[in-house]
Ligand binder design. Structure first.
Ligand code: B16
Ligand code: MG
Length: 215
């Protein structure tokens, strides 16, 4: 079995729960357009790109918009979202994450981010986590969304590690599919019934240590 030399982390749902801020901003947009947007609806947007998220939201509200209007809606939503995440503090790092990153570093394991978000630098900087990452691949660098493996392939390339020596940590089904399509190991973070395709599933990273990346 190939030895793991690098860990690639999704951001929202694995390192920090930014989904609640995405929700508040999308809900504000929906309400401005005259329809409701529930926390259940928000589940559909996890791990999904901003543009695709807007399309899903408009489908939910049965709302038709021109391309120009959609651009303005996405920009407004992002402005409100950025207001929230500008206030992110280190105490919002999900349990066990910083300790796990430190342990990986101490064991010479390379670390990369593999996120769909275009706001990842602001988030990592506010959480004080940027220094742990050897490569950051996010929505600004990729053209294809998960389950396409592009984000993780680019991460492995930037780290100089071959995919079979990489493991991905993901909370979204599409992210697990992307990891498998990249020929990497995948650890699901969250619900076993949703992330069943992963090699392992953990509820969260609160008890994660170096043993978790031994397969
Ligand atoms: P932004 P991840 C994803 O982050 C979020 O889960 C998803 O809800 C969001 O639409 C997407 O980032 C794009 O984010 O609007 O900030 O560019 O899970 O891939 O880290
Ligand atoms: Mg995620």
């Amino acid at each position: 079995m190939a030895k793991i030399e690098a860990c690639l982390f999704d951001l929202d749902g694995v390192i920090v729960d930014t989904a609640k801020y995405h929700y508040l901003a999308w809900k504000r947009l929906a309400n401005n357009l005259g329809f409701d947007f529930t926390i259940e609806n928000n589940e559909l947007l996890k791990g999904v790109s901003r543009v695709r998220s807007l399309e899903i939201l408009l489908e939910i509200g049965n709302y038709t918009a021109t391309e120009e209007e959609k651009l303005k809606m996405a920009a407004d939503k992002n402005e409100w979202y950025v207001e929230y995440i500008s206030k992110l503090k280190e105490d919002e790092i999900l349990p066990g994450v910083r300790e796990f990153l430190l342990e990986l570093k101490a064991n010479g394991i390379k670390i990369a981010l593999g996120s769909a978000s275009k706001n990842s630098m602001l988030i990592l900087n506010n959480l004080g986590l940027t220094k742990y990452f050897d490569a950051i691949i996010d929505g600004n660098k990729v053209s294809k969304a998960k389950p396409d493996p592009e984000v993780f392939i680019l991460g492995a390339e930037e780290l100089g590690i071959s995919p079979e020596n990489c493991v991905v940590f993901e909370d979204a089904k599409a992210g697990i599919e992307a990891a498998k399509a990249a020929n990497m190991k995948a650890i699901g973070v969250g619900d076993k019934t949703i992330l069943g395709l992963a090699d392992k599933v953990v509820k969260d990273l609160s008890n994660a240590n170096i043993d978790i990346i031994k397969f």
